[in-house]
Ligand binder design. Structure first.
Ligand SMILES: Nc1nc2c(ncn2[C@@H]2O[C@H](COP(=O)(O)OP(=O)(O)O)[C@@H](O)[C@H]2O)c(=O)[nH]1
Ligand SMILES: Nc1ncnc2c1ncn2[C@@H]1O[C@H](COP(=O)(O)OP(=O)(O)O)[C@@H](O)[C@H]1O
Length: 215
């Protein structure tokens, strides 16, 4: 069952924007799902995409699936924090109530690519934590994409081709974790999240707390 990871839950704190990126197939969806299940203080920012759903994907849960016209309308109405072209489709982070919720201490998880990461970081450096997940090897990356069996061979080839380009953005992240054993990788990601929550600047409740201690 979900357990609170913070022993200082009673103190008010600002929420954070926790970004997980990786080359396709390295495991960010798996790690994201484990995190959401284990931690009830973080909520997924559900992206909008023009890509068709994969088997098992639910509209509004994994993505909001829209057509090109709807995506265009959202761009025109300035509904996105950021959006980007990935694998011939468009993906975007809807603004929703993120800013207000951050103030109330809500954490958000973003499964977005390096382009989206860059845009979010430019807009909100103080709240963003950037984590990049790497596969243990290129051969293992291909094996995972093939084992996932959700894409045609040409799509897998295209994803493999892009993987190297995506990996080249590793140095634009705060943390890099290699996903060899999924449980170990998940543990590391969780430690990062816990540590980031303890950052002094995020713990808005510390000022009155310390004032009280010193009075
Ligand atoms: N910039 C941006 N990238 C996104 C967004 N949502 C998903 N992505 C990225 O788009 C890429 C393709 O995602 P997807 O089609 O689900 O396949 P995946 O590679 O198996 O995760 C991944 O790198 C995601 O991180 C978004 O809202 N904005
Ligand atoms: N550490 C791991 N060892 C073996 N297989 C893994 C590991 N992590 C993820 N996988 C598998 O690899 C495939 C791709 O993972 P996924 O989370 O969908 O990647 P991404 O979201 O980065 O594209 C999935 O079938 C997943 O179950």
């Amino acid at each position: 069952m979900a357990e609170s990871s913070s022993s200082q839950a009673a103190l008010a704190r600002r929420g954070l924007m926790f970004i997980l990126s990786s080359p396709s197939g390295a495991g960010k969806t798996t790690i994201s799902r484990m995190l959401l299940e284990a931690d009830d203080e973080i909520k997924l920012s559900v992206s909008v995409t023009t890509r068709p759903p994969r088997p098992g994907e639910i509209d509004g849960v994994h993505y909001y699936f829209v057509d090109d016209a709807e995506f265009d309308r959202m761009v025109e109405e300035d509904d996105f924090y950021e959006w980007a072209h990935v694998f011939g489709h468009r993906y975007g982070t809807p603004k929703g109530r993120i800013r207000a919720a951050l103030k109330d201490g809500q954490d958000f998880l973003f499964d977005i690519d390096w382009q989206g990461t860059q845009q979010l970081y430019q807009k909100d450096q103080q709240d963003v934590v950037r984590v990049f997940i790497l596969p243990p090897s290129i051969a293992e990356l291909r094996r995972r994409l093939e084992a996932r069996a959700q894409d045609e061979k040409d799509v897998i080839d295209a994803r493999m081709e892009r993987a190297r380009a995506e990996i080249s953005h590793w140095d634009a992240y705060d943390y890099v974790v290699i996903n060899e054993d999924v449980n170990l990788c998940f543990g590391k990601v969780r430690e990062i999240l816990d540590a980031e929550r303890m950052k002094r600047q995020r713990q808005t409740g510390l000022i009155p707390f310390v004032r009280e201690l010193m009075s």
